[in-house]
Design a protein around this ligand. Sequence first.
Ligand code: TK8
Length: 338
Amino acid sequence: MNFLRRFILAAAAGAALLASTASLAADIKPRLIRFGYGLNEQSNQGRAAKFFAEQVEKASGGKMKVRAIGAAALGPDVQMQQALIGGAQEMMVGSTATLVGITKEMALWDTPFLFNNAKEADTVLDGAIGTKVMDKLQDKGLVGLAYWENGFRNLTNSKRPVTKMEDLDGIKLRVMQNNVYLDSFKTLGANAIPLPFSELFSALETKTVDGQENPYNTILSSKFYEVQKYLSVTNHVYSPWIVLVSKKWWDGLSKDEQKILSDAAKSSRDFERKDTREEGAKALADLKAKGMQINELPASESARMRDKLTKVNGEIAANVGMDLWKETQAELAKIRGA
Ligand code: TK8
């Protein structure tokens, strides 16, 4: 064996050793991370939270422990956000829609029919615009690490099939705590009522509200089919989840620890989107089997709703800033042209 070859082999062995002991050599302290979320453990959100916890433990050589706590046991989204800001809780995943009171730019993602498909959503959310919006959180005491998929939202209710806009008249519809959602559904004629997700099942069960809107996955995992008869395929908005860290706590972490969390949030995002889409693809059949009556909206009715909802676009653009609004429209035009 010549010198060069021996040298290369030794270097390779050294690199492998370094990689395997990286978590030992790196600046990692024992950490306990409370990671809260709103859905139950059996949901796509729960599966991804578990995956995240495993990734972090593995990458930190077991030093960083994630306690994933679901079913809003640490409180609904808005309450957890405040706990993160105050430093009483380390991490969470939740809807971007409930963040608008903290960072107004998040309302961009509430724009009805903003994305036509998952590819458009992934491209914008993971690209420069998604990052820009996410980074706005830092001034408010939060660090965003990745957008996960909640998904395209569809309408359910216990009163009647919604096949046209007028069918929404007088339906008490739960919406997220977010003005764009409130105004959108008022515009469509529903009696929109904001409620935290954690109160939704019992509100539907007691008929405090007649309906709600969420992706198929959630309608399935939260068993809304037990208290909702009708599902209308509206796909009216794509809703992201966002993985958040308390900035107060984050700033005390080493670069190595921060990288472990950031990498794990991204690999969990990829896991979560794949899992969500696979489950979503068969969810309609599952919901039908559970007894839900499902109807598509005729194209002409979709178009009417869409038309009517452009009314809220002006309000969103004013809220998030005209520059960001235009940049997003230009980016979407680019994606669609390509
Ligand atoms: C879960 C919520 C949920 C959202 C909602 O905490 O509130 O309807 O879709 O996923 O963030």
